[in-house]
Each structure stands twice: as structure tokens, then as C-alpha cells.
Design a protein around this ligand. Structure first.
Ligand SMILES: Nc1ncnc2c1ncn2[C@@H]1O[C@H](COP(=O)(O)OP(=O)(O)O)[C@@H](O)[C@H]1O
Ligand SMILES: [Mg+2]
Length: 288
């Protein structure tokens, strides 16, 4: 098996938290981060209002596990808002009112409070649109979430940094300058660093909001390829306004228009045989 992330996770599962990063040493990297079983993300009759405007309208969707789900639709249709309800980022929006529910398995995300929200956000990580490295060095960026969640041992953190930077293909590029500011990396490298930071707290779901739109084509493809590899262990929800990107990598598609989910289903079915006229017109490029 060539994928180092997969190897680590398999060892993690086998050893119930004891992770052998290399053959000589063994660390408990993250015994605090249990994987949730069967915790599928879904919404039920979700409505979001912002200052009285009805932004999401009665959205009921299931987001499948271990797949790449692409949320598509014209600008302003509510893709980002939907994504933000998944990890309660909507809490930061003024004048927001939410009815209905967002669920992770049988746990309500909309009704979570206090430490529950912190734990949910760990489980449902967000890769933002533009890379946003913290004003710290590369090493500190990767372990930021781990430290927040109480992992401090140097050998553990070293192992986390090495492992996740390898997982995003950045290790060889930065291993000699781990203590230099993350801001000095190229934009494409910064986005892979942000991805490593998200992965380091072992989320179940990874949310990505147009995470390749600020990148050059090569960096963008690198991130896409990473997502395709990562879906073996993570469930990925991607907002994209690039239909071609969705066609390349989506397993499952949610098409939105004016705050409503018009159609959702397997990518093959949506792209080849959409059922709704609006979807057909959108896919033909009638509006964007
Ligand atoms: N903080 C906010 N205040 C007011 N309106 C907002 C806010 N955030 C989003 N909206 C509105 O909600 C709608 C959906 O926005 P958004 O979810 O960002 O769409 P998309 O990501 O599909 O482009 C838009 O009409 C937008 O103007
Ligand atoms: Mg958006």
C-alpha cells in the first residue's frame, strides 16, 4: 500500500490509538480523536434566514460518507450558506435564524452548545476558499488544532507534522524550514498546509468552499487529486462553481437554485440524466 495516510490510519485502528509512525517508534498521536461510526451528515427541512431574507428554503439532503459531494449552482444560490450550517459557522453571521435541523448521525448540529460545538467543528473541518495560514510558522500551523484539543507532547506533535505534511505532499518541500513563517509559502503550498491543519485533528467530514478557486491550475489539480485520495478515509463536501471540476471529481451532486435543493443524486445520474428541467438548463450553460 503506497498511501502513507492510509497506512497510518490502518495502524491506528489496529493498535487502538497507538500509532507507529515509523518502525522504531510508537506514539499515541491522537487517542482523543475517536472516529465516529455511521455518523452521516444530513439536513432536515433546513431553513436559514438572514435579516429576514429567506436564504435556504426547506433543504433536506443526505451527504454520503466516503465520497466527494459537490454542491453546484449559480452564484448566490446558497451553496456557502449551506456548507456553513454544517459546522455552525453560520453562528458568526449577524441576524441569522435557523429552523429545521442539521444532523451528524443522530446528533443535532443546530442544537449543539458549548463544548459540543467545538467537538463538532473538529469532526467537520473546513478548508476555506482562500488559503488562510495562521500568522505562525509552518509547524505551529499544522499542530494548531491538536494543541487546542490538548495534545502537547513534542514527539507526538512532531509525528503529526511529519505525517500530515506527507499526506498533502508538502513534506519534502518544507521539511528543512518548518520554523519559517507559513506566509512565505506559495499560495498553492499554503492551501495544502491549511488542508494538513484540517486533517491533523482527524475530522470525519471535510468541507471545502471553492478551495481551489484562488489557486493556479497545477496547484488546483493537486488539491483535487488529494481530495480523491482522501475520500477513502474522509467524507468531502465541496462547493464549486466550476462545473468541469464537479464533473471531474464528484461522486454525488447537490444542485441548488435560489436557496432550494432542486436535485441531488449520484454524479453520473445528475450529469447524464438530470430529472429536473432547471438542472438540465444549468448543465447546458443556460445560466451560471
Ligand atoms: N451575511 C449575510 N448577510 C446578508 N445576506 C447574505 C449573507 N450571507 C449570504 N447572504 C445572501 O445569501 C444568499 C446566498 O449566499 P451564498 O450562500 O454565499 O451563495 P453562493 O455560495 O451560492 O454564492 C445570497 O443572496 C447572499 O447575498
Ligand atoms: Mg459561495
Amino acid at each position: 500500500m503506497s498511501n502513507p495516510l492510509k497506512q497510518l490510519i490502518l495502524r491506528y485502528k489496529r493498535n487502538k490509538g497507538e500509532v507507529a509512525i515509523n518502525s522504531r517508534k510508537s506514539f499515541v498521536v491522537n487517542s482523543k480523536f475517536p472516529k465516529l461510526e455511521n455518523a452521516q451528515l444530513s439536513t432536515q427541512n433546513l431553513n436559514v434566514y438572514i435579516n429576514g431574507a429567506h436564504i435556504l428554503k426547506d433543504v433536506t439532503v443526505d451527504i454520503p460518507r466516503n465520497k466527494i459531494t459537490c454542491i453546484i449552482g449559480p452564484s448566490g444560490c446558497g451553496k456557502s450558506t449551506l456548507l456553513r450550517t454544517f459546522n455552525r459557522l453560520t453562528d458568526t453571521t449577524e441576524g441569522v435564524k435557523i429552523t429545521g435541523d442539521v444532523l451528524l448521525g443522530d446528533r443535532s448540529i443546530t442544537k449543539a452548545s458549548g463544548t459540543e460545538i467545538t467537538e463538532l467543528r473538529r469532526n467537520i473541518g473546513l478548508v476555506p476558499q482562500k488559503p488562510c495560514p495562521l500568522p505562525m510558522n509552518i509547524y505551529a500551523n499544522v499542530v494548531y488544532g491538536c494543541r487546542i484539543h490538548g495534545i502537547h507532547g513534542r514527539s507526538k506533535l512532531n509525528a503529526v507534522v511529519r505525517h500530515y505534511l506527507r499526506a498533502v505532499g508538502l513534506w519534502d518541500e518544507v521539511k528543512d524550514r518548518l520554523r519559517s513563517p507559513a506566509a512565505r509559502l506559495s499560495i498553492g503550498q499554503q492551501q495544502r498546509l491549511c488542508l494538513a491543519r484540517s486533517l491533523a485533528v482527524e475530522p470525519n467530514y471535510l468541507l471545502a468552499d471553492e478551495s481551489t478557486s484562488a489557486l493556479d491550475p497545477i496547484s488546483s489539480r493537486t488539491i483535487e487529486e488529494l481530495f480523491v485520495r482522501l475520500k477513502e478515509e474522509y467524507s468531502i463536501v465541496m462547493v464549486t462553481h466550476t462545473l468541469r471540476q464537479a464533473m471531474r471529481i464528484a461522486d454525488y451532486v447537490v444542485f441548488m437554485y435560489l436557496g432550494e435543493v432542486i436535485e441531488a443524486g449520484e454524479a453520473q445520474q445528475i450529469f447524464r440524466n438530470p430529472q429536473k428541467e432547471l438542472t438540465q438548463r444549468y448543465l447546458k450553460g443556460a445560466f451560471s
